[in-house]
Design a protein around this ligand. Sequence first.
Ligand code: BJW
Ligand code: ZN
Length: 256
Amino acid sequence: MSITAKLIELLRANVRTVALTGAGVSAESGVPTFRGNDGLWSKFDPTELASMNAFMRNPKLVWEWYLYRRDVIGKAEPNMGHETLAKMEQHLSDFTLVTQNVDNLHRRAGSQNVIELHGNIQRNKCRQCGSPMDQVEIDPDNIPRCSCGGQIRPDVVWFGELLPEEALVTAIKMAEKSALFLSIGTSALVYPAADLPLIAKNNGAYLVEINPEPTGLTPYADEVFHGKSGEILPIIWQVAMEEASSGEASLKTNEA
Ligand code: BJW
Ligand code: ZN
């Protein structure tokens, strides 16, 4: 693995940085991704289950899927990728973490400011009036209802639904202003999140992708690391920090 001098220079210069994360960041914590061969949900089509149509058609099946995932996520621990992003927040004065993940692992790793674009799987809300319903026990055979009569659903963003406005507006603004944008562990297939790296790039940011597989974003990236985020992120950060303290590289860096 080699890291360009340009990337290290940007991190050392403490430039405005945005990291966008996707399901791949939690893969090393044992949380399956949505798409891909080893994705546990590959048995299901997320577009089939993560939608209001699916919930209307079969709320029991959709709730069983979410309760199962809550269980998996509840047992998972943050990995080195989450932890490195939390360290970046601590050390960089203008760092924004935007996640598509609903698993809360960034917060559990110590990240304080997390922009959640697709909600949070631990929360519930009313399907009809949107009231938060976090304390309600869910029985998929007898889905509880809000006082307005609406069924309780997970507080996540399904296909065809609007993203939380403030989260999206802030994410776009930060992407526009960023000088360094890291796209990590996302297939970059789902919009509007997938627009963020290109918004950043079109506004002059240096675009870095970390993903074991190529994505539609890869041709636009200035630097690509084909590997796992739990392995790549700590190395990048260690090199940047070592150089910051000693002024010398400990790993070989290439000129950009
Ligand atoms: C590793 C790794 C390791 C593995 N290390 N990496 C413009 C064009 C076309 C369509 C649209 C458009 N604008 C809107 C749409 C429609 C739609 C959409 O994007 N569809 C596409 C599928 C084409 N978008 C929406 O509906 C959104 N709403 C919206 O736009 O509202 C306005 C509107 C409404 C109606 C019409 C038009 C506009 C809402 C999107 C909500 C997405 N919701 C989900 C479910 C959340 C709840 C839940 O968790 O159940 O969000 S779907 C699912 O996909 C989830 C994810 O956050 C999201 C992204 O997936 P992600 O994170 O990228 O995961 P994967 O599995 O795809 O990829 C993992 C990657 O990790 C892979 O690349 C691996 O290689 C890699 N990896 N191990 C690093 N160790
Ligand atoms: Zn209600």
